[in-house]
Design a protein. Structure first.
Length: 476
């Protein structure tokens, strides 16, 4: 008698395996659905069975092997039944399959992925009493004999990062001291780790779950740490990449966008040419950020790693017509010119010739082509605007003594600028000098006749009276 149709068995425990074997031996096609990564169910977790006290694994091992090898049984792992429609003899089942992240047909259970996986988590098979890696096999005799990767959605730090940086991965590798592997993980998502480790606004730290406990992990600082450590070693050029496509692609602009696109296209196998109007690559990273904030050597190192993949970089080549570019035989073009044009503030006096545009100023400094009179820049500027901080220089100073700061003592004759003094002018009065309490941030000025001695307590330097010390002085 010809068997028509198929049977779905939900649950891969001992009962589901036995039912699947009986149906498969009767000639039916069987789909065995199991929500975990291996069949066996609860019985595989037991040590002994009642009442015979037999070894549970010895009991089900033959059924595990037979179920996994039967030609009429198809295992559907990591799946859940969401909906069943129809009637007896004609059902339609909706199954949701969770990603395993490992191809079962190619995995041979060698365990190399688990050996190098840096993520530890409570073991599912041992009910949390032992730890397992994120790359795991449910138990040693698991069927199918393949590994799976446990991923719990998208981490908040990665979701907040515009580049989708997998911070938890490289931080775990840094913890284990595997810095080269951490660098490789970083560069899978971000070709500029040294740059981002210095000037990134690290939105990932704002969304870090550690904020719920005390403070976020220093994600950006850790990225800079591992980058500086790796970059301290001699530079090794990357391996040459093959060309899989003949259609050349041109990118206009060698900034972060253009270089990232060039890297990705080159890894796919496309011939890539980059046109840059400036005499150096890097875009605003190179000519828009001061050297003290972002050292040029870091930018040059990371740009070089991209160019050495086999990218044709043409500097001092401004593009004025896309038609002329396409005539050279390029099949696609990406315009990534950046935002190099600055804008003056809408305030009175912004149009004066002495007022510079920030982007132009930084670019001229970086290119050593500053067309401004040096006496204006180095003389007596009235205002310097950088980022969101405004510092106003005022010539007026008040006759009061500077507070004791890091040095721990006030030098006679010091004056303090008005803009550092605070919102209100300090009061001055003549009264008998009384030593301030230990730990005070400000101590009165001391006449030149006073002697000094060093102690190990804050403020570090404190005075001892001499017989010639006057009892009347100005209290700072």
């Amino acid at each position: 008698m010809e068997k028509i149709g198929a049977v779905m068995v939900v649950g891969g425990g001992v009962g589901g395996m036995q039912a699947s074997l009986d149906l498969a031996n009767s000639g039916f096609k069987v789909y065995l659905v199991e929500e975990s990564s291996a069949i066996g169910g609860r019985m595989a977790q037991l040590d002994k069975t009642f009442p015979t006290n037999d070894c549970s694994m010895c009991t089900i091992s033959p059924k595990l092997v037979e179920t996994g090898r039967h030609l009429n049984i198809q295992l559907v792992m990591d799946s859940e039944v969401m909906q069943v429609d129809g009637q007896a003899g004609n059902f339609s089942v909706t199954v949701r399959h969770k990603p395993r992240y490992i191809d079962i047909s190619k995995c041979n259970g060698c365990s190399e992925c688990a050996q190098v996986c840096p993520i530890l988590m409570p073991g599912r098979f041992d009910e949390g009493m032992a730890q397992q890696r994120a790359a795991y096999k449910l138990y040693p005799q698991a069927v199918p004999n393949a590994y799976a990767i446990e991923k719990r959605g998208v981490a908040p730090c990665r979701d907040a990062c515009p580049a989708g940086q997998r911070a938890q991965g490289y931080i775990a590798l840094i913890r284990d001291g595997r810095y080269d592997e951490a660098m490789r993980v970083i560069k899978e998502d971000n070709p500029f780790p040294g740059i981002c480790g210095r000037i990134c606004n690290h939105r990932c730290e704002e969304e870090c779950n550690r904020n719920l406990v005390d403070q976020p992990l220093s994600i950006a600082t850790l990225k800079r740490f591992v980058t500086d450590r790796v970059y301290a070693e001699p530079y090794l050029p990357p391996d040459p990449l093959p060309y899989n496509f003949a259609e050349p692609v041109v990118i206009i602009g060698a900034g972060p966008c253009g270089l990232t696109a060039a890297r990705d296209l080159r890894k796919l196998g496309y011939p890539v040419t980059v046109f840059e109007a400036l005499p150096l690559a890097g875009g605003m990273l190179r000519v828009g950020v001061p050297d003290y904030r972002l050292p040029p050597m870091v930018v040059d190192r990371e740009v070089r790693e991209i160019i050495d993949l086999g990218i044709d970089l043409r500097l001092n080549t401004p593009v004025t017509s896309l038609d002329e570019v396409m005539k050279e035989g390029f099949k696609a073009v990406l315009v990534a010119v950046g935002a190099h044009v600055g804008k003056k503030l809408p305030i009175p006096g912004a149009d004066l010739p002495e007022v510079l545009i920030n982007t132009q100023f930084l670019r001229d400094v970086s290119l050593a082509n500053l067309n401004v009179e040096p006496q204006f820049l180095l003389g007596n500027p009235q205002a310097v605007i950088r980022n969101r901080h405004v510092l106003v220089r005022e010539e007026e100073t008040w006759p009061w003594t500077a507070p004791a700061r890091r040095s721990g003592w006030a030098r006679p004759g010091w004056t303090w600028p008005a803009w550092r003094a605070g919102r209100r002018r300090p009061r001055t009065s003549k009264k008998s000098a009384k030593p301030k309490k230990k730990g005070s941030p400000c101590i009165p000025a001391v006449p030149s006749s006073a002697s000094w001695k060093r102690t190990d307590t804050w403020p570090g330097w404190r005075r001892s009276r001499s017989p010639s010390w006057s009892s009347t002085e100005t209290d700072g």
